[in-house]
Design a protein around this ligand. Structure first.
Ligand SMILES: CC(C)(COP(=O)(O)OP(=O)(O)OC[C@H]1O[C@@H](n2cnc3c(N)ncnc32)[C@H](O)[C@@H]1OP(=O)(O)O)[C@@H](O)C(=O)NCCC(=O)NCCS
Length: 177
């Protein structure tokens, strides 16, 4: 076992989940920039999501205020029954400890009763992301429907196709703060 893994096992990092605040936008942007793997959008975009779409976002913060991970999404205007995960990211030092799963669980717990589907778009080469969403469906005993969504030709610059994952129907959850 590596020293890092041994330390993590002996002294697990505690995180708290909360709704994003406008001040989190810059930290999300920095995390995405530093960790790679996710498309980096403008800082404005993250601040906007943390401000106007905070009800469909969750941040995970360590006791000393570090951003360990986040999920940001929206409710598609034409699909009131769905919450769409736009980006989910976990800091490299927190990966493979169930944080992304917990972020999705928190996100769902915070949605109104009519939300019974979780959606996300995933590039076929993103194994971690594919596994994450399939694991969510598996553990909740529901389907993960995967279909073509955005073809590569739609993008002005080189960009992989995005497949749509639809997970549900999910049980309504009790809303938390
Ligand atoms: C994808 C990502 C969010 C996963 O975060 P994480 O906290 O490490 O994931 P979890 O520990 O909650 O694991 C959830 C499931 O995914 C699996 N998984 C996670 N990372 C994996 C990897 N690199 N390879 C294979 N499976 C992986 C876990 O085994 C688990 O499945 P299981 O219940 O069947 O064991 C993280 O790797 C990341 O931030 N990647 C870069 C950004 C990205 O690609 N985001 C997704 C696109 S929006």
């Amino acid at each position: 076992m590596s020293p890092e893994a041994a330390r993590a096992q002996a002294d697990p990092i505690v995180v708290q989940f909360r709704k994003p605040r406008p001040e989190d936008g810059a930290a999300m942007w920095r995390l995405v920039r530093e960790m790679g793997g996710l498309e980096l959008n403008s800082a404005y975009f993250y601040v906007l999501f943390a401000t106007d779409f905070a009800d469909t976002g969750v941040v995970a913060e360590t006791e000393d205020g570090q951003l360990a991970g986040f999920v940001v999404g929206h409710r598609p205007p034409t699909r009131a029954e769905a919450v769409f995960v736009w980006q989910v990211g976990v800091a490299p030092w927190m990966r493979r400890q169930g944080l992304a799963r917990s972020l999705l669980d928190e996100l769902l717990a915070r949605q109104p009763a009519e939300v019974s589907w979780l959606e996300a778009s995933v590039t076929p080469d993103n194994t971690a992301s594919t596994r994450l969403f399939r694991a969510l469906a598996r553990d909740r005993g529901v389907e993960c429907r995967e279909s073509e969504y955005m073809s590569a030709e739609l993008f002005p610059r080189s960009h992989a196709a995005e497949n749509l994952f639809r997970i549900g129907p999910l049980e309504p959850r009790i809303q938390t703060s």
